[in-house]
Design a binder for this molecule. Structure first.
Ligand SMILES: Cc1ncc(COP(=O)(O)O)c(C=O)c1O
Length: 449
């Protein structure tokens, strides 16, 4: 095949390709970056510039790029059975083995998985499991869903409704009725003078008030990202999540942990639910389950929910590619690498603390309002020299910072006025040093450029 030049590809991209979550006017002005090679923690763009990918693709390439073990597993599976569905009383070997593996590593009551193709679909699936469950339990009045402001749960009509970000909802006149958004434990975002703990307590009080107003027996479930990722890496104060969990237990509300970002090692545990003892009723998974090598979503449910769902006989939900064998083979190879290379203890004991120390060192920088993080995820709130008063919602600093950082050789994500970082779990101390040097240079320039 004769591949067109990069400049011709950029023309074609502009003519034929609509990009997700992209300002197309900016894109056409700036031209599209084309990633042509990826290895370890690095990607190479159309100019063959080597960039440290401190966002792991999109919070997902946990084992890093170019892992031959995953490529081999995918090739082998494609040669034997590239695809067969899990409908019609049938499935395939890697899909069964992955379900067993997930049951082994997930919180102990969660032993049953139904697959999809993305994080959005894992949440859509969990929403339908929940509706079906309450109907079968004779409580079909329980239809309302609790979520939080700044939550990100995906882009389906229902998962956009779960999401708590107005810019994802307003263009589509969402949320749908029945999706209720409670305050998130984000005192910095609220410009609150309360300590994180006191602000967390205020959120809890507001949550209880709202449950009372709505009537607990009309509420089906509460969806929670243990650390809110795309909403700005919002790390809860200690004890807050356990209190939310207990409230759900007290009121018979199902507790769903959306661990699409926090799952598969990013926090130094398989799941945040294990780390913080959240004992969820359902789990939404994607991203790190395959390290992004192929698309996969998974919805896990407790034994009790699985019993109710399966006892009814026919469960009328699933995608053509639920449990696609090539994808589940990739997931198995990926989970095997995470284990074989001890990536989880490595994040917990070694690179995670090192990364968090580097992050904390930036807290005193005059252009930094706050830093937060856990394991290998972090956020830096940026400030101009004039402080918070100088922030301009029309010119958020995050996007500007991401552009400057790219010139320094690193990819980070700009969200509002903050930088989000979530590198591959294989990142070394030297690479973390390089990353934070580049970020420091970026922050030094944020006011000047
Ligand atoms: C917590 C969380 N849930 C759900 C999603 C949606 O996943 P996807 O983009 O695979 O549909 C994301 C994506 O970033 C996410 O971070």
């Amino acid at each position: 095949m004769n591949t067109p030049s990069f400049s011709a590809l950029q023309d074609l991209d502009e003519l034929y390709h609509i990009h997700p979550f992209t300002n197309h006017a900016d894109l056409y002005k700036q031209r599209t970056y084309i990633i042509q090679k990826a290895e370890g923690c690095y990607v190479y763009d159309e100019k063959n510039r080597k960039l440290l990918d401190a966002l792991a693709g999109l919070w997902c390439v946990n084992v890093g790029y170019g892992r031959q073990e995953i490529v081999d597993a995918v090739c082998e599976q494609m040669k034997s059975v590239a695809f067969y569905p899990s409908f019609f009383n049938t499935t395939t070997t890697p899909t069964i083995l992955l379900s067993e593996k997930l049951a082994q590593i997930a919180p102990k009551r969660l032993n049953h998985t139904i697959y999809s193709n993305s994080g959005s679909e894992s949440n859509e699936t969990n929403l339908k499991i929940i509706r079906n469950y309450w109907k079968l339990k004779g409580e079909s009045k329980r239809t309302k869903i609790l979520a939080r402001q700044y939550a990100y749960h995906g882009v389906g009509v229902a998962s956009t409704s779960l999401t708590g970000l107005p810019n994802c909802q307003q263009p589509f006149d969402l949320p749908l009725p029945g999706f209720i958004h409670l305050p998130a434990p984000y005192p910095y975002g609220a410009n609150s003078s309360l300590s994180p703990e006191d602000y967390g307590q205020w959120c809890i009080a507001e949550t209880l008030k709202r449950i009372d107003q709505e009537g607990a027996n009309t509420i089906a479930a509460f969806f929670v990202e243990p650390i809110q990722g795309a909403g700005g890496v919002i790390v809860p104060p200690s004890g807050y999540l356990q209190q939310i969990r207990q409230i759900c237990r007290d009121y018979g509300i199902l507790f769903v942990a959306d661990e699409v970002i926090t799952g598969f090692g990013r926090l130094g545990e398989w799941f945040a639910s294990n780390l913080w003892d959240l004992d969820p009723d359902l789990l939404s998974l994607a991203k790190g389950i395959t390290s992004g090598y192929l698309p996969l979503g998974a919805s896990m449910m407790s034994d009790e929910i699985a019993e109710v769902i399966t006892k009814q006989g026919y469960f009328a939900h699933g995608f053509t590619y639920s449990g696609h064998p090539t994808v589940t083979a990739a997931a198995l190879a990926n989970l095997n690498l995470i284990e074989k290379e001890n990536l989880i203890p490595r994040v917990r004991d070694e690179v995670g603390p090192y990364f968090q120390n580097k992050l904390q060192e930036l807290a005193a920088h005059p252009n930094v309002g706050e830093v937060r993080g856990h394991g290998l995820i972090g956020a830096i709130e940026l400030l101009p020299a004039t402080g918070r008063a100088g922030l301009d919602p029309m010119k958020p600093l995050g996007i500007k910072a991401a552009k400057i950082a790219r010139e320094q050789g690193v990819i980070i994500r700009g969200i509002r006025d903050l930088i989000a970082i979530a590198p591959p779990l294989i990142i070394t101390r030297e690479e973390i040093d390089f990353l934070f040097n580049a970020i420091r240079k970026t922050i030094d320039q944020i006011d000047v450029k």
